[in-house]
Design a protein around this ligand. Structure first.
Ligand code: HEM
Length: 358
């Protein structure tokens, strides 16, 4: 495998957005940290969703399809993230992020044109919800009003990818139609949240539970929990735990409806954003990084340290949210971040080991 250097500047922008978002997350939790820029604390959500993940997701597509124009969306997302936390006065950052998501839609249109299938359509819908959320945000909607569109972006992108990989299990036509029906409910809830945030959120919550249940029968992850290969087993645990949190996030949204700030808001958002999304990233990294960077990642048993820390600290944080224990919530959030930083450190270490071993 030949190392690719071209994606490195994009990865750099994406990781910069992640680090800024993590700093902002600690400020939002109440850790008395200095603000490097005045807009940083408020930029936490956009930086995580668009600056970090938007750059990474569109970059992965550009590398896979090897078309030069496809590098424009990750560049716009990376620069948009940078401007969002550097410049306090919108709308330059939001404009670039919205253009990036429009570019993401164009990429997924091209992918769907080449292969019309349930999984490509699901990912296309994901890009459309990212674009819709960014557009509303650009026109001045509050983040709590658009956050369910951003949630849909990540949930649809990841479930689309899981659906593609679950082709190994060949879900029956009936299971595929069931999946399509659940995605329809999820999308309806997301769109309805614009008009009736309570009803919309509860509907998306019900759909999230259904997606998690659907995965038990149709996602290969659940069967690989005792696989004999250590890497396959590790990936399976990351994915299965991710689906458990997706169900928990769904239950919190279904039971509590929309929240606009505070502990309930924190719990229902991060059950999905950390429990599902970050755990899925932990699991997909050993597949995605070799594809993007052209360097294999060797499995280390120490990968389990970051995985266990991530899930235990999230359970602590969500429980503290509901028990109204502010200090415990702060510590839960800090430990979430340590788990993510450990993951980054372990990934860099494995990549270096692979390069030096050549
Ligand atoms: C890893 C550690 C993280 C910490 C410590 C953290 C912290 C926080 C806090 C304290 C809030 C405000 C909740 C409230 O109103 O009380 C928040 C909101 C939010 N977080 Fe996180 N977060 C983290 C990870 C993530 C991730 C991974 C994502 C996305 C993938 C994310 C996306 C968001 C979004 C979209 C909001 C809503 C922002 C807003 O309303 O302004 N967070 N986060």
């Amino acid at each position: 495998m030949k190392p690719h250097r071209f994606p490195l500047p994009f990865l750099f922008l994406s990781i910069l957005a992640l680090l800024a978002a993590l700093w902002a997350g600690l400020m939002r939790l109440g850790w008395g940290l200095p603000a490097p820029t005045p807009s940083l604390a408020l930029a936490h959500g956009p930086l995580m969703i668009s600056g970090f993940l938007g750059t990474l997701i569109t970059l992965e597509r550009a590398v896979a399809l090897k078309q030069k124009w496809m590098y424009i969306p990750p560049l716009l997302a990376g620069l948009g993230g940078l401007l969002t936390f550097l410049i306090q006065t919108p709308p330059l950052g939001p404009i670039l992020l919205t253009l990036a998501s429009l570019g993401g839609v164009a990429i997924l249109f091209e992918i769907t044109r080449r292969e019309m299938a349930f999984h490509t359509l699901t990912m296309l819908l994901g890009m459309l919800t990212w674009f819709a959320g960014n557009l509303l945000w650009l026109f001045g909607w509050q983040i709590f009003q658009v956050v369910f569109f951003w949630q849909a972006f990540l949930v649809l992108t990841i479930t689309g990818e899981r659906l593609e990989l679950s082709r190994v299990l060949r879900p029956s036509r009936g299971q595929q139609l069931l999946f399509a029906a659940i995605i329809l409910i999820f999308l309806t809830g997301t769109i309805v949240s614009v008009f009736s945030i309570q009803f919309g959120t509860r509907t998306t919550g019900a759909a999230l539970i259904l997606i998690a249940l659907w995965s038990i029968r149709n996602d290969i992850a659940w069967r690989n929990l005792r696989h004999r290969l250590p890497l396959t087993r590790y990936i399976a645990w990351c994915l299965a735990l991710g689906f458990v949190w997706l169900g928990v996030g769904g239950a919190l949204s279904l039971g509590g409806g929309a929240q606009f700030a505070g502990p309930g808001y924190d719990a229902l958002l991060h059950a999905v954003f950390i429990g599902f999304v970050i755990s899925m990233i932990f699991g997909h990294a050993p597949i995605i990084f070799p594809a993007v960077l052209g360097v294999p990642i060797n499995f280390q048993p120490a990968f389990y340290v970051q995985l266990i820390l991530l899930h235990v600290s999230l359970a602590l944080r969500v429980s503290a949210d509901y028990a109204d224990l502010h200090t415990l919530r702060m510590w839960g959030g800090l430990l979430n971040e340590i788990a993510i930083l450990l993951f980054m450190g372990m990934t860099v270490h494995s990549v270096r080991k692979s390069l030096l071993g050549k």
